[in-house]
Design a protein around this ligand. Structure first.
Ligand code: FMN
Ligand code: MN
Length: 486
């Protein structure tokens, strides 16, 4: 039995999902290389626990499968999730060091473990091979000793070797410092934990800020850390599995292609560094974690929520405090919708400019809509674009910007593994809001239709077989969805 005072782990998360009917257990044998990717790809509603994998492994995936699952993990609703995460982002809790560590129940030295025996899956048909997508990489700044935690794809290259894609952010910055000293960078990688650890690792904050402190704020409990056996790094004591190794300086090998977050294969492919592993520890009955990328897959949920929350946090003070309701990143994560009620003409553009230059490099298109547009329903967003935009004055294109290096629609400079790597492109903002309520006449011209008596329910009048019709009705008829949870 898991009690509420126990630390939050991947096991408590499995129990939470199962308790609300959101987990499917698969006891039939599944081959991670040829079958698992297709099953994960189909499971957009439920988490999957594979219980019959080669070498006796189990593995959890699509957990979270969607924003609804992420809301369960944070104890929020779909509508309140982003403002909740934004508030918790500012609440840092320092980790504590412990010695009782389930992740140390088993220890394996080099030669005693084999990465090719882990149930690592191959996601897309053109992927170069199985890739660990769920490894959270812990490194340190060699100048200050400050920890960093982030996701990095790890393509299996042998029993004790993987590739690694280091996008130019904090882990890359640490690596360049080691490379300059001609020293290997020590790394510890933990696999399998509560999803809020994953959300913290996907949170881009200031360089030098320990993502375990962010995880503490998300979890509302201090992260329990334990020392690694062979590197001077600390890892979560309650993780499922830990790999210890190092990234040699100056060395590169072909890596990729890989099914990535925007739904493409080739970005990031090229000469990338490798990780050499010398040690592995795990729980006695460790459960592996798989994580598939692709638009609207689990990897995208982990991108979307912290990114939307970081942008929300940034926008909430623009111009002294706008009427900001919500923020949601769109599929493929290069576009973001800002839901707000403008106080003045032009205010939406000010917020959109900030949304395009936050901690995150991804957003290229930013769209502002009002509270009467359901931002979780993409056709509502398209409706606002079609009916509330005068392209000549509401669309602005900013040329010559630094864009995300994995946006395949833009010109690439340099390549992965080099210091030049970037995409040089442009950004676009679209103000699809109504005139501000202060201009009552202009505002009223764009008031959405609503029936009289919106509280009436068709199910109270129609036969039971008509009920699906009721579900299809737009939420806005029942009042503003965005404002309900506030
Ligand atoms: C599912 C997922 C996969 C990711 N894969 C990679 C990757 O392969 N390489 C990389 O550099 N960043 C990857 N990222 C992005 C970083 O982990 C993320 O932006 C993080 O905030 C960067 O941490 P940092 O700001 O400490 O550098 C991934 C993020 C997610 C959510
Ligand atoms: Mn960081």
């Amino acid at each position: 039995m898991i009690s509420s005072s126990d630390p939050k782990t991947m096991r408590s998360w499995i129990a939470d999902l199962e308790a609300v009917g959101e987990l499917i257990r698969i006891d039939k044998p599944v081959d991670p290389v040829t079958q698992m990717g297709a099953l994960l790809y189909q499971s957009r509603e439920k988490a999957l626990l594979f219980e019959n994998l080669p070498h006796g492994w189990r593995s959890l995936g699509q957990a979270p499968a969607n924003v609804r699952h992420a809301a369960i993990a944070f104890g929020a609703t779909e509508e309140t999730l982003v403002p909740t995460v934004a508030a918790r982002m500012g609440k840092l809790i320092k980790p504590v060091m412990v010695t009782d560590a389930p992740v140390k129940e088993r220890r394996f030295r080099r030669g005693e473990f084999d990465l090719t025996h882990l149930p690592v899956h191959k996601a897309g048909v053109k992927d170069a091979g199985p890739v660990i997508g769920s490894g959270l990489v812990v490194t340190k700044d060699p100048d200050t000793g400050q920890r960093n935690v982030s996701f990095h794809r790890l393509q299996i290259k042998g029993p004790d070797k993987s590739g690694i894609l280091l996008y130019p952010r904090h882990t890359w910055k640490n690596y360049l410092k080691y490379q300059e000293r001609n020293e290997p960078m020590p790394v510890a990688i933990f696999i399998g934990h509560h999803p809020l650890y994953y959300a913290a690792a996907a949170t881009t904050a200031a360089y030098g800020l320990d993502e375990f402190e962010i995880a503490g704020g998300y979890l509302d409990e201090a992260v329990r850390l334990v020392k690694c056996d062979t590197v001077d790094i600390e890892v979560p004591a309650d993780a499922e599995l830990v790999l210890e190794g190092h990234i040699p300086p100056h060395y590169r090998e072909e890596e990729g292609p890989f099914s990535e977050f925007q739904d493409y294969y080739v970005t990031g492919t090229g000469k990338n560094p490798v990780v050499e592993y010398q040690h592995m520890t795990c729980r006695n009955d460790a459960i592996f974690k798989n994580l598939q990328n692709g638009s609207e897959m689990e990897g995208c949920v982990f991108h979307k929520i912290p990114m939307s929350a970081a942008i929300f946090r940034r926008l909430k003070d623009v111009g002294g405090g706008p009427n900001l309701h919500n923020v949601m990143v769109l599929p493929g994560i290069f576009a973001v919708v800002v839901q707000m009620t403008p106080r003045a003409y032009g205010e939406a553009k000010n917020l959109l400019l900030a949304a395009l230059s936050s901690e995150y490099q991804h957003p290229k298109v930013a769209i502002a809509v009002d509270a009467d547009v359901d931002i979780f329903n993409h056709s509502e967003v398209l409706w606002a674009l079609a009916t509330r935009v005068d392209p000549d004055k509401d669309v602005v294109i900013i040329p010559g910007t630094h864009n995300h290096a994995m946006d395949a629609s833009l010109a690439e400079l340099g390549g992965p593994g080099t210091i030049l790597w970037q995409r040089f492109g442009s950004k676009m903002l679209i103000d699809a809001t109504k005139p501000p309520p202060a201009d009552a006449v202009a505002h009223a011209a764009l008031e959405r239709i609503r029936p009289a008596n919106p509280e009436l329910r068709l199910e109270d009048f129609a036969a039971a077989k008509s009920l699906p019709l009721v579900k299809a009705l737009p939420e806005r008829f029942f009042g503003s969805k965005a404002l309900k949870g506030k």
